[in-house]
Design a protein around this ligand. Structure first.
Ligand SMILES: *Cc1c(COP(=O)(O)O)cnc(C)c1O
Length: 394
């Protein structure tokens, strides 16, 4: 039997998510009836008269291509709306703009390196009050939640260690403490996890990654559960100039059409690679939510509709061993970022997470022998062969 993804509440006639993604804005061109949506690069738009502007007036504030992408992502996330931003970090900055310098913000201790750097420096400069917490440590989390928080930031699975947190529990605790919650859903996308359905108030993405899926734009978006939050996010993004470029939104919508089939295929490849690595004698441990050995395998099954296509593993040895695996590896591109059709490999301590202090990295458990892979769409036999050759060199 063919498995049908759950329909989105907001998608037209409640079609399956995959259908909604493929059909978003198709055949809706009001000017020339083009099947594919047109690209609107214009920075400004005509007014009807000095008192009446149309739906679009100025490109920083509103743009049809951003709107189309935002609507499509909001439908998949079951949100009311939001805003498409110039990057994932701009999406995070949009959320932070809603809070004052004295508002207490709780962030995961092992969040994305760029998020960690932004929050650390805003805090040091007195522009935000941030506490980094291991959100699986109930004592530490409850202590932070008792200090009048205004925002709880969630990121699951975490980057690069693939640790999960229980979104439903965290968002209900935050709600009880009077805080809003935002979840960074970049790693799984709405094709695998729907944070708003689990109780979050906002969900954000670096669309640079899986949503666009082809490693050729930088973009972001943030979606609110309610119309009020969505409007507030769009207001701040316009006010601070954080909205994204039309061409990037147009490309990201094109990428979104294949999100579900890309995720299905990349996830199947990731599972095969994780199983291969977990049996390899040069490998210390594999961190992948689709393996029974993952400490939160049960939570992954309950909270996610699949394990996704990101994995990490520790090689036996230290930095030198990791270096020898990564030097001259075939097929896997040595690069930061993730979520493209091509496989990428990186060493987080020196690459994606070098913005974090050594102490913060140690605290989060990011070791020098850790290697992260964004598993792409290549034939899985070729992927496994490339890893086999690289590991045989050590
Ligand atoms: C890449 C990434 C970001 C930042 O996104 P940019 O588009 O690079 O600004 C934020 N969170 C996660 C989990 C990411 O992987």
């Amino acid at each position: 039997m063919v498995k049908r993804s759950k329909p989105s509440k907001h998608s037209p006639n409640a079609v399956a998510d995959r259908t909604a993604a493929v059909q978003a804005e198709i055949g809706k061109d009001p000017a020339y009836a083009s099947v594919s949506p047109p690209l609107y690069l214009s920075s400004t738009y005509l007014w009807d008269d000095i008192e009446t502007k149309g739906a679009y007036d100025y490109g920083r504030t509103v743009n049809p291509n951003r709107d189309a992408l935002c609507k499509a992502i909001a439908a998949l996330e079951n949100g009311a709306g939001g805003v498409v931003t110039s990057s994932g970090m701009a999406a995070i900055s949009t959320v932070l703009a809603m809070f004052t310098a004295s508002d207490h913000i709780i962030a995961p201790h092992d969040c994305y390196g760029g998020t960690h750097r932004l929050l650390t420096h805003l805090h040091a400069a007195g522009k935000a009050r941030v506490s980094f917490v291991d959100q699986n440590n109930a004592g530490a989390l409850d202590a932070a939640l008792s200090d009048n928080p205004k925002l709880l930031m969630i990121e699951t699975p975490s980057n690069p260690l693939m640790r999960l947190v229980d979104i439903r529990t965290l968002s209900s605790k935050a709600k009880a403490a009077g805080a809003l919650t935002v979840c960074d859903n970049t790693f799984l996308t709405p094709a695998r996890q729907k944070p708003l359905d689990l109780g979050c108030d906002m969900v954000l993405h670096s669309t640079t990654k899986y949503i666009n899926g082809h490693s050729d734009i930088i973009g972001g978006c943030v979606i609110g559960k309610t119309p009020e939050l969505s409007e507030s996010l769009a207001w701040w993004a316009n006010c601070a100039g954080l909205t994204g470029a039309p061409l990037d939104a147009w490309l990201a919508l094109r990428g979104l059409r294949t999100l579900h089939i890309r995720m299905d295929a990349q996830e199947a490849n990731a599972l095969a690679l994780a199983q291969y690595l977990s049996k390899h004698k040069a490998v210390e441990r594999v961190l992948y939510p689709g393996l029974k050995s993952h400490p939160q395998y049960k939570l992954a099954k309950a909270q996610q509709s699949g394990p996704g296509a990101m994995l990490a593993f520790e090689v036996k040895g230290g930095l030198e061993t990791a270096k020898s695996v990564l030097s001259g590896i075939d097929l896997f591109q040595l690069a930061a970022s993730l979520g493209g059709t091509e496989s990428l490999i990186c060493q987080p301590a020196l690459m994606t997470h070098r913005g974090m202090s050594e102490d913060a990295r140690a605290e989060a458990g990011i070791k020098d022998n850790l290697i992260r892979i964004s598993v792409g769409l290549e034939d899985p036999a070729d992927q496994i062969r490339a890893i086999e050759v690289a590991l045989s060199k050590i």
